[in-house]
Structure formats: C-alpha cells, structure tokens
Write a protein that binds this ligand. Structure first.
Ligand SMILES: Cc1cc2nc3c(=O)[nH]c(=O)nc-3n(C[C@H](O)[C@H](O)[C@H](O)COP(=O)(O)OP(=O)(O)OC[C@H]3O[C@@H](n4cnc5c(N)ncnc54)[C@H](O)[C@@H]3O)c2cc1C
Length: 239
C-alpha cells in the first residue's frame, strides 16, 4: 500500500536514534518484523530507504526508528517537523514472527533491535505464550535503543527475558559486559537447541551472530536473518 502520512511524533530513543511516528491508515496491516519504504525530500532531491516497522500491529500508530548517521537521508529526516509529510510504501518482507514457535532466541545489537521491538511488543500485547530470550549488545548505556520499554516488558511478560551487554560499559553498569559470545549464549540460553534464532542488524553483526550459532551446531533451518545494509562503515559497528 502506498500513501502519504503526516509526522505525528518524533521520539529520541538513544544517542543518535530517533523514532518517527505516523497515523496508521485503517486499511494498513502488517506482521511484526516487516519493513516499509520511506520517501522524503532533501533540499535538492527525493530520497528513499527501507526501514523496519518498529511499531507492533497491536498498536494504533505506525512507526520506524532510524540511526542518524550524518548521511543526506539522515539529515533530511532529522530536519522533519511534526505535521510534515512523508511517502510510505509497505509492508514488505518475510522476516516475521507472530508466535509460531514455542521458544525463540534473539541475537542483535544497536539499531538491529527494531524488528524485535515489534515482535516482543506484539507477543506481549497478544499474550502469546512463546518464550523469548533477547541478547542485545551495545557499546554503552546511552546506545541501548528501547531500553526502558524492554525493561518494562520484562516486568509484564513472564515469557520474556532481556539480557543487555555493553562492550564499553559505563561505570556502575551492573549488566553483562563484552560482546555477545559463545560463553554468554550458552549461559543465558542454556536450552539453545530447542530454540529458533532470529538475528538482525548491520551485516558484520549478522555474520558474527550467525557464525556463533553455527559453532553451537545449530543448522541453518533454525536461524532467521535480516541484514540492514548501509552501516558497514559506521565506526560504532566496526570490530
Ligand atoms: C530490511 C531492512 C530493514 C532496515 N531497517 C532499518 C531500521 O529499522 N533502522 C535503521 O536505521 N536502518 C534500517 N535499515 C537500513 C537503512 O535502510 C539504511 O541503509 C541505513 O539507515 C543507512 O542509511 P543512511 O542514510 O544513514 O546512510 P547511507 O547514505 O546509506 O550511508 C552509509 C554510511 O555512510 C556514512 N555516511 C554517508 N553520508 C555521510 C555524510 N554525509 N556524513 C557522514 N557520514 C556519512 C554513514 O556512516 C552511513 O552509515 C534497514 C535496511 C533493510 C534492508
């Protein structure tokens, strides 16, 4: 479905990460994890990129969440004000979860959280019994996207566990330290053999997490992946 929508709200989620919220047309339906194309105008031209729908089908609004990188698109997006119009085309994609597995594991980092925010919110709102363990890596606390909400959902949904890990932890950080690695995966997800795994984010992160799961002897049919190209050279993701 292709339509124009007014920016209804702009929400800062983490350092250099903002959500852009729109009214959802009555006839728009999507699955948690799908993406949409966003078309905006810069000073000179029209720009278009794809973004996961970070809102859940169980919510009334439509939202996407972008890491602002200093690119033309990011700057044009950051200049948007409430009431400005953007073009939307969607939904697209097959990287979805609506409760079809009993247990899932999620491995992600940084902006890769967007499809999972939608899936986790959806499962919680719909009281879906799937057991979900999220391993979520970031550099420091201010980089954790949807931190407060994920903590809050842990309190509401007994089937959801979030494990935050920081590679450059702030002083006093009580959570996990370091990148997501084999030891961490084995300890936090002891029943990994019983789970379907979802991985999304910048390609180097997706590759690293896929390799980790292969080291755990999980076969490709147990692993679902979504790459967010465009972040390969961003310092925050270079290892
Ligand atoms: C299925 C799918 C879902 C996606 N979902 C999301 C999502 O939910 N959220 C999200 O943020 N992204 C998502 N992406 C990625 C998104 O489509 C863009 O590729 C990404 O946001 C990078 O776009 P950009 O305009 O910031 O950088 P690009 O213009 O693509 O540039 C790439 C990199 O170059 C650097 N760069 C470019 N221009 C400049 C400049 N002028 N100054 C400094 N540095 C510069 C930046 O470091 C930037 O990261 C998704 C992609 C796919 C395929």
């Amino acid at each position: 479905m292709e339509f124009e929508a007014d920016v209804q709200d702009i929400i800062t989620r983490a350092d250099s990460v903002k959500s852009f919220r729109f009214q959802k047309p009555a006839s728009f339906t999507h699955k948690p994890g799908q993406f949409m194309y966003i078309k905006i105008k810069s000073e000179t031209k029209e720009l278009m990129k794809h973004f996961t729908i970070s809102s859940s089908p169980s919510e009334d609004h439509l939202e996407f969440t972008k890491r602002l990188t200093g690119s033309d698109f990011s700057n044009a997006l950051d200049a948007l004000k409430i009431g400005d119009k953007v073009g939307i085309n969607g939904p697209f994609g097959f990287f979805t979860f609506e409760g079809e597995f009993e247990k899932i594991g999620i491995l992600t980092g940084g902006i890769g959280i967007t499809p999972f925010r939608s899936m986790i919110r959806y499962c919680t709102d719909k009281q879906i019994a799937t057991n979900i363990i999220l391993l979520y890596g970031n550099h420091c606390e201010k980089d954790i996207v949807f931190a407060e909400e994920l903590e809050e959902i842990q309190g509401q949904n007994k089937n959801f566990k979030a494990v935050f890990t920081l590679s450059e932890p702030d002083e006093g950080w009580a959570g996990r330290r370091g990148r997501i690695n084999l030891d961490m995966a084995r300890t936090e997800v002891p029943d990994f053999k019983e789970r379907i795994f979802y991985i999304a984010g910048p390609p180097p992160l997706v590759e690293a997490m896929n390799n980790l799961l292969q080291e755990l002897n999980l076969t490709p049919d147990k692993i679902k992946k979504e790459d967010f190209p465009g972040y390969e050279n961003l310092k925050i993701y270079s290892h």
